[in-house]
Design a protein around this ligand. Structure first.
Ligand code: ZN
Length: 374
C-alpha cells in the first residue's frame, strides 16, 4: 500500500506552523486513540499513521528531508532510521510533548488518557553527532562513541506502588448527572508505572538513576548522508524500575573532503593538466574514496571534458549500486612566459593547428551536464 502524504494525514498544508502541526496531531491522536476505539484496527492504524507523520513533521531536520525527498528520505531497507515502524512506546513517549508530562517518577513518561492499565515507562532519548570522512561513508564504518547516559544506580530497589497496588491506575466512583460512573485515571504517585522507589544510594537522582559514561559501538552503513539520523535502540537513558531504555539517536555529519565534492552518490574531482600535457597526453594520479588511481588523459584533451569512472562514487544507501566519480579536466593556461616561449606562441597564433575547430564530440558544458543526469 502506498504511504499517504504526511500533510494529508494530519489535514494541514505545507506552510503549517509548528503550533498548527502540533494542534492537528493532537486532534487526530484524540480522535483515533486506542482507549476511545477499543479493538478498532482501522483506528489503530490511523493513530500510528498520525504519530509517524507528527514525528517527522515536528522535527525541523526530518521535515526538511521529507519536503525534499518525500517518503524516500526514510526508506532504506536497513531499518533503524527514524520514520517508519514506530511502536506504541514511541508513540506514548511523544505525548509528553503534546499533552504535557504526567508527573510521577516516569521521567519523559506521560500519563495520557484513562484506562490501559500499567504502562512501561520509557527513558528519554539521547542524541549525539558523529563526524565521518567520505572514505568512511564509502565503505561503512563501525564507530565507538562515548555516551553519558543515565542508568539505574546499583543499590536502587523498587517496590509496588501502594497507591494503585501496582495497577498503574486508580479507579474512582463518581456521582454525576448521568448516575454513578466509574472512572479510571493514571496513578499520580507512580506516573502509571505501578512502582515507586524503595531504596536508593545517595548518588542517585530522584528516579534512582545516575549518569555513567559508556562506550557504545555504532554500525554505520555505507552511503549515509549528512544530517541523516540512525537509531541505536535501548542506548538512551534507562528508565526506573521495570521501564525500558530510551534510544540513542545518531546524527551523521559529513566532513568536507579537500579533493572530492559529493553530489548525491556521485563524486566530482577537479583535475588540472598543464598545457603541454593536454597537447601531448599524459597519465595522472587522482584521489578516490578507496585510494589513489591512475587515469589516462588523451592527447588533445579539451578543458571541460568530464571523465567518468564508473562505480568509483558512493554506494547507494538503499543498496542499489554505486555512484560514479566524475573527473573534470581543466587545462592550465600559463600566465607568465619567457621571451622564447612568447615568441613560440606568437608564431603559432595564425597556425591552423591552434585555431579552435570544435567537433560534435566536444560537447558544450551544458550538453555534458544534461548527459550526466540522463
Ligand atoms: Zn501507583
Amino acid at each position: 500500500m502506498a504511504k499517504r502524504d504526511y500533510y494529508e494525514i494530519l489535514g494541514i498544508n505545507k506552510s503549517a506552523s509548528t503550533a498548527e502541526i502540533k494542534k492537528a496531531y493532537r486532534k487526530k491522536a484524540i480522535e483515533f486513540h486506542p482507549d476511545k476505539n477499543p479493538d478498532d484496527k482501522d483506528a489503530e492504524a490511523k493513530f500510528k499513521e498520525a504519530a509517524e507523520a507528527y514525528e517527522i513533521l515536528s522535527d525541523d531536520n526530518k521535515k526538511a528531508r521529507y519536503d525534499q525527498y518525500g517518503h524516500q528520505a526514510f526508506e532504506n531497507g536497513g531499518g533503524g532510521f527514524g520514520g517508519g515502524g514506530m511502536n506504541m512506546d514511541d508513540i506514548f513517549s511523544q505525548f509528553g510533548d503534546i499533552f504535557g508530562g504526567g508527573g510521577g517518577f516516569g521521567g519523559g513518561f506521560s500519563g495520557f488518557g484513562g484506562g490501559g492499565g500499567q504502562r512501561r515507562v520509557k527513558g528519554s532519548n539521547l542524541r549525539i553527532r558523529v563526524k565521518l570522512t567520505l572514505e568512511e561513508i564509502a565503505i561503512g564504518v563501525e564507530k565507538k562513541v562515548k555516551v553519558k547516559r543515565k542508568v539505574q544506580a546499583p543499590g536502587t530497589t523498587y517496590k509496588t506502588c501502594s497507591t494503585c497496588n501496582g495497577a498503574g491506575q486508580v479507579t474512582r466512583i463518581a456521582n454525576t448527572i448521568l448516575g454513578r460512573m466509574q472512572t479510571s485515571a493514571p496513578c499520580n504517585v507512580c506516573g502509571g508505572a505501578g512502582q515507586t522507589i524503595d531504596k536508593k544510594p545517595s548518588d542517585a537522582d530522584a528516579q534512582g538513576l545516575k549518569v555513567t559514561e559508556e562506550t557504545v559501538s555504532i554500525k554505520i552503513p555505507a552511503g549515509v548522508v549528512d544530517g541523516m539520523q540512525l537509531k541505536v535502540s535501548g542506548k538512551g537513558n534507562e528508565a526506573p524500575g521495570n521501564g525500558i531504555s530510551g534510544d540513542l539517536i545518531v546524527v551523521i555529519e559529513e566532513e568536507t573532503h579537500d579533493k572530492l565534492q559529493r553530489e548525491g552518490d556521485n563524486l566530482h574531482y577537479d583535475l588540472y593538466v598543464s598545457f603541454p600535457d593536454a597537447v601531448l597526453g599524459t597519465s595522472k594520479e587522482i584521489d578516490t574514496v578507496t585510494g589513489k588511481v591512475r587515469i589516462k588523459v588523451e592527447s588533445g584533451v579539451q578543458s571541460g571534458k568530464i571523465l567518468r569512472l564508473r562505480g568509483k562514487g558512493i554506494p547507494s544507501i538503499n543498496g542499489y549500486g554505486k555512484g560514479d566519480l566524475l573527473v573534470h579536466v581543466n587545462v592550465w593556461t600559463p600566465k607568465t612566459l619567457n621571451k622564447q616561449q612568447k615568441d613560440f606562441f606568437e608564431a603559432m597564433q595564425e597556425d591552423e593547428h591552434f585555431v579552435p575547430k570544435p567537433e560534435s564530440s566536444d560537447k558544450s558544458f551544458f550538453e555534458k551536464v544534461k548527459d550526466m543526469f540522463s
